[in-house]
Write a protein that binds this ligand. Structure first.
Ligand SMILES: O=P(O)(O)O[C@H]1O[C@H](CO)[C@@H](O)[C@H]1O
Ligand SMILES: [Mn+2]
Ligand SMILES: [Mn+2]
Length: 398
C-alpha cells in the first residue's frame, strides 16, 4: 500500500491523439515539437537555456519511449506508456477528473466565437447582482493580451474584463488592489451561480497588478470556481476510507474542494515542487498526494513560449531526484498531464493530445504499458495501489 503521488505537468501532451482532428488539433505535439525546436536551436534564449532539451531523469523514466520518440535501447526505470483522453473536452477539469476516474462524458457549455461572446441575459443577471458599472472585453482572448489591451480602461472605468477561450470558462480579470481581490472573488461567485444553467465548467478570477499596459502582470491569486465532478472520484474514495488527500497547487479548486484533506499552495512551479516534497514527506501510509504544476500551461503553453516551456521542463527534471530520494519501498509516483498546449501550434488554446504515464518507485517493476484507452487507468492504478474502492472507469496497469 504505502503512499501514492500523482504529478500533473499541466498541458504536457505528447501528441498523437487519435481524435485530434475533431478538435482542430491535427499534428499537435507539445513534447515532440519542443524537443525538435531545442534540437534545431530554435529554443535558445540569450543568456538562458540552449541546445538539446536536457531532461535526463524524465528520459530515464521512459518519456521518449512513451512518446514513441528516440531510439534509446536502455530499458526505462519506470512503468512507461501514454494515455488518450475520452472526455469530451480538452480542458483542465476534464483531464484531471478523468485521471481521477471520472471522464467527462457530457458536453460542457461553450461561449461562441462572436463579439460579444456572452449572452446579454447572462451579463445583465451578473450586473443586477453586483454594483458594477458594466464590463469590458466580452470576447475570446488570451489573458495576458486582453489585460495589456483593456487594463488601463478597466482602471479608469471600474469595469472588470470578461473573456473566454476554447475551454468551457468565464474568466474575469480585474486589478488586485484598485478593483480589490475580495470584490473580484465575490463577483466570480455571483458569476458562478449564473453560469451553472449554461453548464460552464469554470469561472476564473484573474487578478493583476501594475500601473499601465507595460507593467500589468497577473498575480498568483488566481482562483478557479469549478463545478463539482459528476460522480465520486478517486479523491472521494480516499477520503471516505479515512485517508488524507494532500492537494498541491490548484488541485483543490479543480475538484471544487471535494475529496480534499489538505491544501498546499505556491506562487510558481518551483515553489509548488517544494510544497509537493513537503506534502509527500508528511503523508502517511495509504495517503494520496496530488500535485498540479500550472506554469507549463499558463506561462508557456498558452503564451506559445517554446524556450520558456523547454526551460521549465529542464527545471522540473532537475528536481525529480529530490522526490525519488524521499520515496520508500511500497510508494508509487506517477508523472502525467491533463491535455496538451503545443507552444508551436496556431492560436493560444489547448491541444488534444495523448499524455505520458510514467510510474516509478523503489519497489515498482518497470514495464511498458502501451497507449492506455483512458486517463482513468491512472486513477484505477492508484486505487489498486492504495487498496481503495475502484472508480467506475479505468483499468489498473499495475
Ligand atoms: O489566456 P489565459 O487567461 O491564460 O487563459 C487560459 O487559462 C484558462 C484556464 O486554464 C484556459 O481556458 C486558457 O484560456
Ligand atoms: Mn490544464
Ligand atoms: Mn490552460
Amino acid at each position: 500500500m504505502a503512499r501514492a503521488i500523482i504529478l500533473v505537468l499541466d498541458s504536457f501532451g505528447i501528441g498523437a491523439a487519435p481524435d485530434a482532428e475533431a478538435f482542430g488539433d491535427t499534428g499537435a505535439d507539445t513534447f515532440g515539437h519542443i524537443l525538435n525546436a531545442c534540437r534545431t536551436g530554435q529554443a535558445d534564449r540569450p543568456g538562458g537555456r540552449e541546445g538539446e532539451l536536457d531532461i535526463p531523469h524524465l528520459e530515464r523514466l521512459g518519456l521518449l519511449a512513451a512518446a514513441g520518440l528516440g531510439n534509446d535501447l536502455r530499458h526505462p526505470d519506470a512503468i512507461f506508456g501514454s494515455a488518450r483522453e475520452i472526455s469530451h473536452g480538452k480542458d483542465t477539469p476534464s483531464g484531471h477528473w478523468e485521471i481521477a476516474g471520472v471522464p467527462v462524458l457530457f458536453d460542457w457549455g461553450y461561449f461562441p466565437k462572436t463579439v460579444p461572446t456572452f449572452p446579454p441575459e447572462l451579463i445583465r443577471q451578473i450586473l443586477d447582482d453586483t454594483d458594477l458599472p458594466g464590463i469590458l472585453g466580452d470576447r475570446h482572448a488570451s489573458g495576458t493580451e486582453i489585460i495589456r489591451e483593456l487594463g488601463e480602461a478597466s482602471l479608469s472605468s471600474g469595469k472588470p474584463i470578461f473573456y473566454t477561450s476554447a475551454d468551457s470558462v468565464l474568466q474575469i480579470a480585474a486589478h488586485e488592489t484598485r478593483f480589490g481581490l475580495d470584490r473580484l472573488y465575490g463577483l466570480c461567485k455571483v458569476a458562478r451561480r449564473h453560469v451553472d444553467p449554461l453548464n460552464i465548467g469554470r469561472v476564473i478570477a484573474r487578478p493583476f497588478i501594475g500601473e499601465n499596459a507595460e507593467t500589468f502582470t497577473r498575480t498568483a491569486n488566481r482562483r478557479d470556481y469549478s463545478v463539482p465532478p459528476p460522480e465520486p472520484t478517486l479523491l472521494d474514495h480516499a477520503v471516505s476510507a479515512g485517508r488524507c488527500v494532500h492537494a498541491v497547487g490548484k488541485i483543490a479548486d479543480i475538484f471544487a474542494h471535494r475529496g480534499i484533506s489538505r491544501i498546499l499552495k505556491g506562487a510558481d512551479d518551483m515553489t509548488l515542487f517544494d510544497r509537493t516534497l513537503e506534502a509527500f514527506s508528511a503523508a502517511a501510509d495509504g495517503d494520496l498526494v496530488f500535485a498540479n504544476f500550472v506554469d507549463f500551461d499558463t506561462k508557456y503553453g498558452h503564451r506559445r513560449d517554446v524556450s520558456g516551456y523547454a526551460a521549465a521542463l529542464e527545471a522540473f527534471d532537475r528536481r525529480l531526484p529530490e522526490l525519488e530520494t524521499i520515496m520508500k519501498p511500497g510508494d508509487i509516483a506517477i508523472v502525467t498531464a491533463d491535455h496538451g498546449c503545443d507552444p508551436t501550434f496556431a492560436g493560444t488554446d489547448h491541444t488534444r493530445e495523448t499524455v505520458p504515464v510514467l510510474a516509478f518507485g523503489p519497489g515498482v517493476e518497470p514495464k511498458p504499458i502501451g497507449r492506455r484507452e483512458t486517463f482513468a487507468d491512472i486513477g484505477a492504478s492508484v486505487a489498486a495501489h492504495l487498496g481503495l474502492e475502484p472508480t467506475r472507469h479505468g483499468r489498473s496497469f499495475l
